[in-house]
Design a protein around this ligand. Structure first.
Ligand SMILES: *Cc1c(COP(=O)(O)O)cnc(C)c1O
Length: 410
């Protein structure tokens, strides 16, 4: 048999060089087997066989590259990793069993007892628990500061600070961090700058271009986009990723091939989904802002947002999460949420389906009243993860919420 394009089963990276993110999302990192299937194959196998005892010895001895066992490498997982590395513009990516496993593996492989971390206050609740409760047990202390106040970051840094960790935009209030400024601070102090890019995805923001050393993701959110699987990934230069990979293959929070395959397919539609999320979110943010019972809308796409210009500079879109504060506190917020009929009441985000959450009693419910107050998580606050349904239908459903609190919409 002859092939017009050699017998290549991969599209070599060099053939995709300089291509746009939309193309990389569909084409980067695909493995093609001898069957020449068009869609991505899936390799649900725990181990791999050898042609001979000698080959097995060579593989185990590291003299011959190749798969041994899926806690170490699996072709489906590697395909997802290659595509993520291409999309984030990083040298290497390593996938993990969850977003938290990505963050834990980054910490366990690059920090040690005596090190200090500075973390933004509004990070994902479990990230907070990981640093405050578990990393502390291993001698890594964490200071929490405001995402947007550079003076707090500068004051918090100590000689033993080894990592600055942020999420931008923040959840649920959409504060935006100045990544270039934080990167400079990290460099001046010989610390790693780690960005959780879950909210923007590489489609809207590539933190490595703004000076981040490492990008972590919960693939569970937009990368999947359809609420099917839990997973995570870390992207960055090989000198750090090799360490992180070493930890993962020893500790075992490996991504399953099936989940990797789902994420791989999710990435193909990520650019068009993110555009649809952004369009709907901006329209809803403006509409919410015009309602008399809404005290405030939190969305970096609004000109009134304090970091609107910074978001425009760093991001290629403002994302799909919009929060708003109703006049009247918890009672009104719950009444509003309960009156919607279509939008899902759930704490998940990043799904094509719109979700609605009351942060003060769910995602941020464990925080003390003072911490909540300081973080701006008020009782009237509602978070929407805006999906890709028709905008008019989203307004109809949210209109039911407004009607229940005596606010006529049109
Ligand atoms: C969900 C989430 C995580 C944790 O990811 P899991 O996949 O649930 O482990 C981390 N960071 C952010 C911003 C998240 O939204």
């Amino acid at each position: 048999m002859t092939f017009g394009r050699d017998e290549q089963t991969w599209i070599p990276e060099s053939d995709l060089e300089g291509m746009s993110l939309e193309t990389l999302a569909v084409r980067a990192g695909q493995i093609r087997t001898g069957q020449l299937e068009h869609s991505d194959a899936i390799f649900p196998t725990s181990s791999f066989v050898y042609g001979s005892a000698a080959q097995a010895a060579a593989r185990f001895g590291g003299d011959e590259p190749g798969n041994i066992y899926s806690r170490f490498t699996n072709p489906t997982v590697q395909a997802f990793e290659s595509r993520m590395a291409a999309m984030e513009g990083g040298e290497r990516a390593v996938a993990t069993a969850s977003g938290m496993a990505a963050i834990l593996s980054t910490c366990m492989s690059l920090l040690q007892a005596g090190d200090h971390v500075v973390c933004s206050r509004g990070v994902f609740g479990t990230t907070n628990v990981l640093f405050q409760k578990y990393m502390a047990r291993f001698g890594v202390e964490t200071s929490f500061v405001s995402l947007t106040r550079m003076d707090e970051w500068q004051q918090a840094v100590r000689p033993e600070t080894r990592m600055l960790f942020i999420e931008t935009p923040s959840n649920p209030l959409c504060d935006v961090a100045d990544m270039a400024a934080l990167s400079a601070l990290a460099k001046a102090n010989d610390a790693l700058f780690v960005v959780d890019n879950c909210f923007c995805t590489p489609v809207l923001q590539r933190p490595l271009e703004h000076g981040a050393d490492l990008v972590v993701h919960s693939a569970t959110k937009y990368l999947d986009g359809q609420g099917r699987c839990v997973g995570g990934v870390v992207v960055g230069p090989s000198r750090y990723l090799d360490e992180i990979y070493g930890f993962i293959r020893s500790a075992g929070p490996t991504l399953s091939p099936f989940n990797a395959w789902v994420f791989q397919k999710g990435l193909e539609t990520l650019p068009i989904r993110m555009r649809a999320h952004c369009d709907n979110a901006l329209q809803l943010a403006r509409w919410l802002d015009a309602q008399p019972t809404v005290a405030r809308v939190f969305y970096a796409g609004l000109e009134s947002h304090p970091q609107h210009e910074l978001a425009k500079k760093q991001q290629d879109g403002f994302g799909g999460v919009v929060s708003f504060e109703l006049v009247g506190g918890r009672e009104q917020a719950w009444r509003f949420i309960d009156a919607t009929r279509m939008i899902s009441i759930t704490a998940n985000l990043g799904d094509v389906k719109t979700t609605i959450t009351h942060p003060a009693t769910t995602t941020h419910g464990r925080l003390s009243p003072e911490v909540k107050e300081r973080a701006g998580i008020t009782e009237g606050l509602i978070r929407l993860s805006v999906g890709i349904e028709a905008i008019e239908d989203l307004k109809t459903d949210l209109g039911r919420g407004f009607e229940a609190i005596g606010n006529e919409t049109h």
